[in-house]
Design a protein around this ligand. Structure first.
Ligand code: ADP
Length: 379
């Protein structure tokens, strides 16, 4: 039975705003997207009233999920500050973020309520959320995020992977996962378990061919829901594969997700190093410690003879990391088997665990783990 947009609007007509107006008449709804049982929309309200609306959002979500045939409902509350309105009050007793000192301490210094980090709160059961980011697309960010997650798994940690690249989710391709997450008794999405990782991607919910058009505020809310409305269980580290770039969407994300650190992926070419620098500046702005830079496609390794060629003038990222005072985490070669395994859904750390590439990702994982040791131990 396929759900229609009208059915969704009919139930929303019965949900009331804090002022008692039907949602469909309150002038707050974005376009309602219904796709194969999956319903997405946002409720856009003035930031000053956001708290009063949270229960409305929850009621709307419950009502939509109760429609027979609805498998997923992602309903976001987006708060835009209207000119002249007071800033939204911070959430009660938020856990706050640490500043860029390493190793990352389990005790976070207080921040002023005006700090962007005041929007954050921890995700129960997850000791540390870290971001894998890059200044631009195509540098191997997603490939590195997945293999880093697997490297951390090999170190004995409980690891999850969230593909937050909602414009071009690549985790379904990289993992070969094409099934849809089920809902648990609390109506939370159950992440797909594969390779010993808990994995979630917007690509599991929407057909690959479906063009996704996200209005600005929906980006954040979709990601927030994938963080918080997913039954992650107990994890030491959740690796978030960020959308590429350092624009507003990324900044908002970095502000809203309770990040313990960020790993920046760069290729040796100058251009992407400049982009990596932007990434550093962005995380600095929101007080997220940069755990380090990884140089991907650092040198070419011949699949036949193993000879190494520094075709891109390798070493730039290491120097740049030194210059900027952030750790250099490692160099990953441009190698046929990394490409082939990542594009066939059999990531190299899992499919060639004894090979040289797996060892590199594990070594990078160890440097990340060491910096998060305090947080993981405290949890
Ligand atoms: P991004 O997430 O930055 O857009 P991807 O991880 O999707 O990048 O990688 C882009 C392409 O480069 C993919 O085809 C992937 O298999 C390939 N790739 C990534 N890292 C390497 C590497 N170290 N060696 C060879 N190919 C790689």
């Amino acid at each position: 039975m396929s759900v229609t947009q009208q059915e969704v609007l009919d139930v929303l007509g019965k949900v009331k705003s804090p002022d008692g107006v039907a949602l469909t008449h309150a002038n707050v709804l974005s376009a309602v997207t219904v796709n194969d049982g999956k319903v997405f929309f946002s409720i856009n309200v003035d930031a000053a009233q956001a708290r009063a609306w949270e229960s409305v959002r929850a009621a709307a979500e419950a009502a939509v999920r109760a429609i027979p045939g609805v498998t997923t409902a992602m309903i976001a509350l987006t708060a835009e500050r209207k000119p002249g309105s007071p800033a939204a009050a911070p959430p009660p007793a938020p856990h706050r973020h640490s500043h860029g000192v390493q190793p990352v301490s389990a005790h976070r210094p207080p921040q002023s309520p005006a700090s962007p980090m005041s929007k954050q709160s921890e995700i129960p059961g997850i000791a540390a959320v870290i971001a894998v980011a890059s200044g631009k697309g195509g540098v191997g960010k997603s490939t590195t995020a997945l293999n880093l997650a697997l490297g951390l798994r090999d170190l004995g940690l409980r690891v999850g992977l969230l593909d937050a690249d909602i414009y071009g989710p690549s985790v379904p391709r990289l993992t070969g996962i094409h099934e849809k997450p089920q809902l648990d008794d609390n109506r939370k999405m159950i992440p797909i378990q594969r390779f010993g990782l808990a994995i979630m991607s917007i690509g599991f919910l929407v057909e690959e061919e479906t063009a996704m058009i996200w209005r600005g505020p929906m980006v954040m809310s979709a990601i927030t829901q994938m963080l918080r409305d997913v039954a992650w269980g107990t994890l030491d580290i959740l690796v978030v594969d960020m959308p590429p770039g350092t624009g507003d969407a990324q900044l908002t994300l970095a502000q809203n997700v309770p990040l313990r650190g960020a790993v920046i992926i760069s290729t040796p070419q100058d251009l992407s190093l400049i982009d990596a620098r932007r990434g550093l500046a962005m995380f600095k702005k929101v007080n997220v410690p940069v755990l380090g830079i990884v140089e991907n496609m650092s040198y070419f390794q011949c699949p036949e003879c193993g000879t190494r060629s520094d075709i891109f003038g390798h070493g730039g990222a290491r120097l740049e990391a030194e210059r900027l005072g952030v750790p250099f985490l490692g160099e990953i070669p441009l190698h046929m088997s990394i490409r082939a395994t990542s594009d066939s859904g059999t990531p190299v750390v899992d499919s060639e665990p004894d090979g040289p590439h797996a060892a590199i990702y594990r070594a990078i994982g160890a440097k990340v783990r060491d910096q998060l040791q305090g947080v993981i131990a405290a949890a």
